[in-house]
Design a protein around this ligand. Structure first.
Ligand code: 13P
Length: 404
């Protein structure tokens, strides 16, 4: 490892006469580079495009559409994404997977050159996945700290300027446990500190999963507890908050939460009545406003103002719903928030394009149009100017594939 390089990028991890000085107070030029990169990632109402699906996840999505699960099919798909004309208008950075960061276009141009020509900052997923957490049935711990310092320096040398690590928190009966939250928060903070040492902006992703029948309220409570632990650990590990991005989930009801069946027993005199608490579809405007309010009030309670940006994951919401909800947050709160509310979506940007492409070269241009449209929708949502009509256009096109 190049030790000069380490020194250059370890401004506030080096010995200090006062070990409890908050590191953010000790900015220097290299901290400044991290801060500028973090700010660029959320500037101009742009956001991140996550295209860092691991090979097994990418293969699973390909298999559903009958696309061959091969290195070359994955390469062709990623080429389609990064060569989309106009991608850089709405996308500030893309998150790559280890296989992808080394790949080239069919004509031999490295993917990293394509991205830099488009003014897009390359990032890299560096965790090695979520494994069962010993002693905690049903819970996961994200791994990948072993050898991470060396891997980060290699990625920096290749051209990456930010990195991502995803922790997953499952909601269920009696979970998440303190043990799971603390182990994941600690790993996220160790990863983030190593990233900053290497000159990479950490994108810190603690994802409270949508799977399950929990209510929106419960998701809010769990998200708040998780984020409190994450920021406590980031502080303890001396992570410079100005040089990072938070990538959280939105506060949502679980996928199988019986929203419309929520009932309460009410007694009037001698008689008992069952009163339905909600009488609307989950995607109706009230739900959107409720999600926006719950998400932003949770974040305001726990995310320090020094963090430049919050870039949500989509987590299995449809593309339209992710945009509607991000839009509602920006419409209602943007002018009053200390950080930018942005996006770092994978499925909510890619899904229509993948369904159109289906592994066929003849579909590439149409798939790129769909991808570009979804990126524009999300940029509009950052401005609070998204309307569902922006997604309607695809229904007019003859190439619209049948829903699967
Ligand atoms: P989704 O937007 O599909 O949730 O993916 C975001 C991501 O990067 C998951 O780690």
């Amino acid at each position: 490892m190049d030790l000069n390089f380490v020194q250059v990028f370890t401004p506030y991890f080096s010995s200090s006469s006062n070990p409890i000085v908050f590191p953010s107070a000790k900015f220097n030029m290299n901290s400044q580079t991290l801060i500028e990169t973090a700010q660029r990632l959320v500037a101009d109402n742009k956001g991140l495009l996550a295209m860092d699906e691991s090979n097994p996840t990418c293969n699973k999505r390909f298999a559903k559409l009958g696309i061959p699960q091969t290195v070359d099919a994955r390469r062709a798909y990623r080429e389609l994404i990064i060569t989309t004309p106009g991608l850089g208008e709405s996308i500030s950075g893309v998150i790559l997977y280890d296989e992808t960061i080394h790949q080239h276009k069919n004509d031999g141009t490295p993917f990293l050159k394509v991205l830099s020509d488009a003014g897009i900052i390359p990032g890299i997923k560096v965790d090695t996945g979520a494994k069962d957490l010993a002693g905690h049935p049903g819970e996961k711990i994200t791994e990948g700290l072993d050898g991470l310092r060396e891997r980060l320096f290699e990625y920096f040398k290749l051209g990456a300027r930010f990195a991502k690590w995803r922790a997953v928190i499952t909601v269920g009966e009696e979970i998440p446990s303190r043990g799971c939250i603390e182990a994941n928060a600690h790993a996220l903070a160790r990863y983030a500190a190593l990233c900053q040492e290497a000159g990479l902006v950490p994108v810190v992703e603690p994802e409270v999963l949508m799977d399950g029948g929990h209510t929106l309220k419960r998701c809010g409570e769990v998200t708040e507890e998780v984020l409190r632990s994450v920021f406590a650990q980031l502080y303890t590990q001396r992570v410079m908050l100005e040089g990072m991005i938070l990538k959280p989930n939105m506060v949502l009801p679980g996928l199988t939460c019986p929203v419309r069946q929520e009932v309460e027993d009410v007694a009037i005199g001698e008689q008992q009545f069952q009163v339905r608490l909600t009488d609307r579809e989950p995607d109706e405007p009230d739900d959107v406003e409720e999600v926006a309010d719950a998400t932003v009030s949770c974040l305001l309670r726990v995310v320090p103002a020094a963090v430049p940006g919050i870039a949500f994951l989509s987590g299995g919401q449809s593309g339209e719903m992710a945009s509607i909800r991000l839009n509602a947050m920006n419409v209602r709160f943007k002018s009053r928030l200390p950080w930018a509310l942005a996006f770092s979506f994978a499925r909510a940007i890619q899904q229509p394009a993948l369904e159109i492409w289906r592994g066929q070269a003849a579909n590439v241009i149409m798939a790129q149009q769909a991808l570009l449209n979804r990126t524009r929708c999300n940029r509009a949502a950052r401005r609070g100017e998204y309307t569902a009509a922006m997604d309607e256009y695809k229904r007019e096109q003859p190439w619209n594939p049948k829903p699967i």
